[in-house]
Each structure stands twice: as C-alpha cells, then as structure tokens.
Design a protein around this ligand. Structure first.
Ligand SMILES: *Cc1c(COP(=O)(O)O)cnc(C)c1O
Length: 405
C-alpha cells in the first residue's frame, strides 16, 4: 500500500477530535461495496449517511464530473453558469418550487430558509413576527441558528447566547402545536421523517394540520428534506406523499449524490424578499457541483428507480422481521423507502453501537440514529442480491451481539 504511513492513529494526532471514526479507513468504493486499506471488502448500507444515492464511483456521475472539470470549476456569483441554471430548472419543473437558492451543505440550506422566513415576516408584518417553531429530536445542521432550531440541547449548549425566538415542541403532538402557534410565528421547521432523531415518521394528519395553521397565521412551513429528499422515501421528495405543499423545502445530502451541494426551494412570493445583497455564499451554485447534481437528478427522478426504492425497502424490512423473529431484539422497524430504523427493545436498550460495531466486523456498514436505533440508508440502486448478502451478514452480527450479552 503506497499510503501505509497514513493510518487511523494519525487522526488523533492531527484532527480536531469532534468525530470518533472507526479503525478501518475506506480507500475505494464501487456501487454499494467499499474496500479498506488492507483490501477488506464491506457492503455499504450507510450510503455515506444517505448521501451516495447512486453508489460509489458511479460511471455516469464520474463522466458528468470529469466533463465539467475540463471546462470550468468556479466562476463566482458575479456570473451565472449553465449547470446551475439547468439544475434549477429541473428542480422547479419537478417540484412545487418556482425559485432555487444553491448552497453547499444541509445546514446552509436551512440557514437560508430560516433567514428567508424571518425576512419575509419582517418585510410584511414588522419587527414582532420572529418566532420559529421547531421540534425535539429534529436535526437541521450545525450552524448556530440551525443547531439551535434542532431539538437536542446537547448539540447547541455550551456555545454562549443562542439565536433567540425558537420554541421546541414534541413531534406529532397536535395539541401542543395548536397551543404554541400564533400570529407571532414566522416559520415552522420540521423534517417529514426525523432522520438523525431516530427514523421517526411524521403522521400525515399532523403535517396537514401544521400546513393549515401555518396558513392561518401567515407562517412559512419549512420542510427540511436534507435526508428524506431526492428519492430516499420512494418519492422525489417526501412531501409529495403527505398531501401537503410546504413553502420552503431544503435538499442536500443526496442532491449531489456524494458531491457537496444543497438547495433551498421556494415560491416566487417568498423568494422575492431576498433581493441582491441580502444573502449569499461563495461556493453555492458552482458549476462543478451543479453538473454532478444535474446528472444525479436525472438518474434519481426516474419512475423505475423510485419504485425500486420501495421494493428494496420492503426487502430489507422482511429480513429484519425474520431476524427479529429469531432473536427478539427489536421493538419496532420503521421508516420509509430506504430510510429504515430498527428500534431496539428494552433488553438491548441503548446498545445500537454494539450492533453497529459487530456489523463492521462482519464486513457490513450500517448506521445508528441515537443510542437505540440501528439505521439503514443504502444507495437507492443497491442490487437486490447485495441486500440479501448484507442481511445475512447482519443476521450473523445480531447473533454474535446477542450471544455476547
Ligand atoms: C444531515 C442533515 C442536515 C445537515 O446537513 P449538513 O450537510 O451536515 O450541514 C440537516 N438536516 C437534516 C434533516 C439532515 O439529515
């Protein structure tokens, strides 16, 4: 190995310790398989945390990337560029949105959404309409505004005074929501299925009531689809299956299928408040990212692929149910499409990490969502046969973990 001097201990020497990565270092991937430095093979059910929607080293994405790389990478927002306009047109043509703002990460797309909501309220109703309603266990990114909107104080505490005016409520609690929303509310931000918070689906009736009350109080409904968007749930965006149309949708993770890019989608009547000078980003909408995302969009916005997501999700669930019948480890298996959470029962409370580590030993990469949920978010095009192989490895991992208890 040419890079044998690059090993995991180097992480502890030179990297800020805000992550705790596994020992193994992946060096290459192909589809839903990856290999580490010692050439051990793993099946990847993480999709880079719901990012690599089309698998590793996808030939069509490589082509889109290298073609654009030979032309122009970056031009700044003093100019527009063809890949950005082309991608924006696709997003507008295939969603409720009429306008698009590009950024580079989920947090930045949400930051733009929250700032837009505040600005719309300020312009139309004055200084007092600033309140934002968000939900416990929600996750919206790590900028200070978005992490404060997120529903876990362990992530937002300890950094000094927080952006003010954000109220947190229990997810899916209609009575609490009805009580909290008022004419001072400028926005409600929520995920259509809480990903990081434990793969917790929204109740459609709750989503519809949030929509109705946002209308009544002139508050913007912001759907954070950073994790659920771009085909993850079997729809292009999850809102499409819920019978509601939000005012703002944010997308990131799978939007570039591995290349960093995010977008905030909204309607003309709100977008018009972000006049020149009100907001911006150096890298947002760069030609390289937009060229890759444009290709990824065409591949994901495809009926056969989206139907495959539902089918493959069911396949994984069938296996999890069978594993549970044999080993009695899960209280519930939940989620949508290829975002699946296996919730551990009382006996294995908060031990998700143990299953995760044992899976890695079996050559299988899975995720956790909190301490109690094992999460699966594979590439949307993972072959059925590889799912079979993966679930056999997972069965062995469950068997070993249970035996060690
Ligand atoms: C991952 C995630 C984010 C944050 O995205 P970054 O690219 O890490 O900033 C925001 N919202 C949701 C729902 C996410 O899953």
């Amino acid at each position: 190995m040419s890079n044998s001097h690059i090993t995991r201990p180097l992480f502890d020497q030179v990297m800020v310790p805000n992550y705790a990565p596994l020992e193994m270092i992946p060096v290459r991937g192909e589809g839903s398989r990856v290999w580490d430095q010692a050439d051990n093979e793993y099946i990847d059910l993480t999709g880079g945390i719901a990012v690599n929607a089309l698998g590793h080293a996808n030939p069509e994405l490589i082509e889109a990337l290298t073609e654009q790389a030979k032309k122009v990478w970056h031009v700044s927002n003093i100019y527009t560029n063809e890949p950005a306009l082309s991608l924006a047109k696709k997003l507008v043509d295939n969603t409720f949105a009429e306008k698009v703002f590009f950024a580079n990460s989920g947090a930045e797309a949400n930051e733009a959404a929250l700032k837009l909501a505040r600005r719309v309220a300020f312009d139309q109703y004055g200084e007092d309409k600033t309140e934002i309603i968000a939900f416990y266990q929600g996750f919206h990114g790590r900028t200070f505004f978005t992490v404060t909107a997120g529903g876990q104080t362990t992530y937002s505490d300890g950094f000094g005074p927080k952006p003010a005016g954000i109220t947190h409520l229990a997810y899916n609690d209609l009575a609490a929501f009805e009580k909290a929303i008022s004419d001072k509310t400028c926005a409600v931000i929520l995920e259509p299925l809480q990903g990081e918070g434990g793969v917790l689906p929204i109740e459609p009736a709750f989503a519809q009531k949030v929509r109705a009350l946002c209308d009544k109080h002139n508050a913007l409904m912001i759907f954070d689809e950073v994790q659920t968007g771009m085909g993850r749930t079997g729809q292009l965006f999850a809102y499409m299956g819920l019978g509601v149309t939000p005012d703002i949708v944010t997308s990131a993770k799978a939007l570039g299928s591995g290349f960093p890019i995010s977008a905030m989608l909204t309607k003309d009547c709100f977008a018009k408040h972000l006049i020149p000078g009100t907001h911006g980003t150096t890298f947002g909408g760069n030609p390289l990212a937009c060229a890759v995302a444009g290709k990824a969009f065409d591949m994901i916005n495809n009926q056969t692929l989206l139907e495959g997501v539902i089918h493959k999700g069911q396949l994984i669930r069938q296996h999890l149910t069978a594993i549970n019948e044999e080993f009695s480890v899960f209280k519930e298996v939940r989620g949508a499409g290829l975002l699946i959470g296996a919730v551990l029962n009382e006996q294995y409370q908060d031990q998700a990490k143990a299953f995760f580590l044992e899976s890695a030993k079996q050559g299988l990469l899975v995720l956790v969502a909190g301490a109690n949920v094992i999460r699966f978010a594979p590439a949307l095009n993972i072959p059925d046969q590889l799912i079979e192989d993966a679930m056999n490895k997972f069965k062995q991992a469950v068997k070993n973990t249970v035996a060690a208890f």
